[in-house]
Ligand binder design. Sequence first.
Ligand code: BES
Ligand code: ZN
Ligand code: ZN
Length: 510
Amino acid sequence: MKWGRSLGLASDSMQVTISSGNNINGTLVLPLFQGEETLPEVVEGIPASLKGQINRVLADGDFKAKANATMTLMGTDGGKAMLIGLGKEDKSDNHVYREAGATVVASCKKVHGNELTVMFHGADINNMTAFAEGMMLRDYRYDLYKKKDDDDEQQNLSARINCEEGDATELSAAIDRAASIVSGVHLSRDLGNCPPNDMYPMAFATKAEQWANDYDNVKVEVIDYEAAKRHGMGGLVAVGMGSSRKPCMVIFTLNGDLKGRHPLLVGKGITFDTGGISLKPGANMDEMKYDMGGSATVFGTMQALASSGYAGKVVGITCMAENMPAANAQRPGDVITTLSGKTIEVLNTDAEGRLVLADGLWKAGTDFDPEYIVDFATLTGACVVALGHEATGLWSNDDDFRTRIHEAGNDVGELAWPMPLLPAFEKEMTDSKIADTRNLGAGRWGGANTAAAFLKQFVPNRDEGEDAEQITWAHMDIAGTYWGAKTNKMVGHGATGIHVRTMVRLITGE
Ligand code: BES
Ligand code: ZN
Ligand code: ZN
């Protein structure tokens, strides 16, 4: 995928190819189950001394093949191997294989060279694909702003998977699809990692427009600041007006010629969140460059779907603004009128994500005919308090839909945890003395839930009158999972690109 570089982004997936022979190129990667005491018969073509060494460490119990354990061996007559543990064979599902693949790449040093040959035994096509996906996901660096050094070539990894002849075609197609999806995850990370002096609302919009040039079946529309004001996008405008980098809304459409209901994704895109006049404390404020993680999730998902050739219609809406304190910034106490016509009493300018999303959600449900809406937002510190970095908070006005997203997340190893959308929280957010809603709860308790309850006020109904029913909607608070998730093995540091894969799973069913 060369398009990443042409966008001024870092992403470029490692090459994973398939071979049905026994040739070993570069370092042999050998996934092993716990309890194996000798090299299985099916693994052939290993140089004699290396094979002897592998058998010795297995027989002596020096390598127990616990999940994600690695050991590097070098044969006296040439050849190198990295052993990678898969744990117990009966517990080795796709998640185990995905993590093992990621661990191999994370463990690669100069000594391993830049070519790997993986030889599986006892793995099916799904397992092998998951392993390859883990390798590709973990093979990511954000190095655009670093001087290139001599070691760089070394780090351009490629891998070959040796498989049985009968599996080659199917495995190759599965890995190609995985590579396309990974390109979407890497795009999301590139956007999130980009420093905020270069990632501002219209810069995001320009990247989206450039991206659209690569595909015949995608369209990108940018609603700029002037148009947003004209249309009455009071939430987006209020948040973004205090910055010299003006806000905008970006609308991505895949396969727009198709008729009928379609998924619609909405993303919070605060390219930097200072808190505005309700200024944040200084410590770690740099991390607020990731506050556009929701918009990056939407853009990354569109790339994953487009590049893997998804034939259905999908729309993405990203609400881009920079939240700055300034003479022309909004104040605590301001009352703003949103696209929906509903007013918001702005009690804290740091609760800005919900203001831009109010317009994005309303636009989503009124200009389009979505089957469902899912929004992504690094919305609240309270969600990080509740779930740490281990799971995204997940709210929905439809229990079955919430379960579908939860399960799609489980399937791909991206946890999204069900959270309550209670009437009491809605009441709390709609009892302003002077406006229809307030952007701050009455106290700080349940802050992630009050935020979700606030958003619900801006999800339109389908139909009117007696038949009115709110459009199926889910909210995903990725404040704890979009970056800083140290237990996420798919990424070294920085943006995780989480939920691109969850959305591909939800939307395509694959
Ligand atoms: N972008 C932040 C949420 C955030 C904080 C994400 C820390 C990740 C880590 C959001 O705009 C915000 O500032 N929310 C406030 C809301 C409060 C003022 C109601 C918060 O969480 O403190
Ligand atoms: Zn904020
Ligand atoms: Zn924010």
